[in-house]
Write a protein that binds this ligand. Structure first.
Ligand code: SF4
Length: 286
């Protein structure tokens, strides 16, 4: 099953935001013998890592009850400001692991809304990061659109428009929306680039590799938005692209990799040991 050549993306795997959240959770779990440690939503979008943390005692919750005790870790994607307020008012010890780049997005939404801009967030309405960021806008002064095709300029109230992006979307999705507004006269537009450079590098590099290989594997949680984006970008240039969580899925596909050029990349929440397992599996058959 040995491939002819294996090309591994340099930028594959965990970003600093995910690494900090996971190592902090491990430290907190080691220090807390009573194991009363929770995370608000899955700490990161990688089921294998969350599973290991849960075995070490982490429980994943999506609401905080009054008089709750112990320690809660806020996930890398952040949470809405009203939930942060609930946490401040509770007795629980809070460790905020919201990634600084996600914080920048939250502050950008707040800044724009406080200065009376109607805020457009380009991203996925259902993603926790976007739900969190949206909460920083004043009532009814924010809209989430997936891309320029969902934009109807005539429906946007007022003439002050602020535009930001979910941190992990491809750059052009954000700038395409900004460009549409630039064509409309009499608008006061403020675009704040809230995109994550780490993800942008992964997207560019993965696309370049996918163009040159027979088969492309993108490792990462099926619930990971950034992994899915990378897989979609690769699929656009190479239809033999597969998003997988573990090497077992490659095995189950029962592919013949002999004499094939294989590319491997991974999302920002994929740990190094999962990447290594996949590489070893592809090279030696698992
Ligand atoms: S992908 Fe970027 S924005 Fe998301 S946690 Fe990692 S560094 Fe932060």
């Amino acid at each position: 099953m040995m491939p002819k050549k294996l090309i591994i993306s340099d930028s594959a795997g965990v970003c600093f935001g995910v690494e900090k959240a996971v190592t902090t959770a491990e430290e907190v779990l080691n220090e807390n013998s009573n194991k009363n440690v929770k995370s608000f939503g899955p700490l990161i979008h990688n089921p294998q890592v969350v599973d290991i943390l849960q075995k070490k005692g982490l429980s994943v919750v999506d609401e905080i009850k009054k008089n709750e005790r112990g320690t809660i870790i806020i996930r890398a994607h952040g949470i809405p400001n009203y939930q942060e307020k609930d946490l401040e008012e509770s007795e629980i010890n809070v460790i905020d692991m919201t990634c600084p780049i996600v914080k920048k997005l939250q502050f950008a939404v707040k800044y724009l809304s406080d200065n009376d801009y109607f805020v457009i967030i380009v991203g996925n309405n259902k993603h926790p990061e976007v739900i969190g960021a949206k909460s920083y806008a004043k009532n009814e002064s924010v809209m989430v659109i997936k891309d320029k095709n969902e934009l109807n300029v005539e429906q946007i109230p007022g003439n002050k428009i602020g535009i930001v992006a979910q941190t992990t979307i491809p750059k052009e999705l954000f700038w395409d929306v900004v460009d549409i507004f630039k064509l409309v006269t009499n608008l006061n537009i403020k675009a704040i680039d809230t995109l994550c450079d780490d993800i942008n590098n992964k997207q560019i590099e993965s696309k370049e590799i996918a163009k040159d290989v027979d088969i492309m594997f993108v490792i990462g949680g099926k619930n990971s938005s950034n992994t899915k984006e990378i897989a979609d970008i690769c699929k656009n240039v190479n239809k033999n692209t597969y998003q997988i969580e573990t090497f077992k899925e490659i095995k189950d596909l029962n592919m013949n990799l002999r004499n094939k050029v294989v590319g491997i990349t991974a999302g920002a929440s994929t740990p190094p040991w999962l990447i290594k397992q996949t590489i070893d599996g592809v090279l030696h058959g698992g």
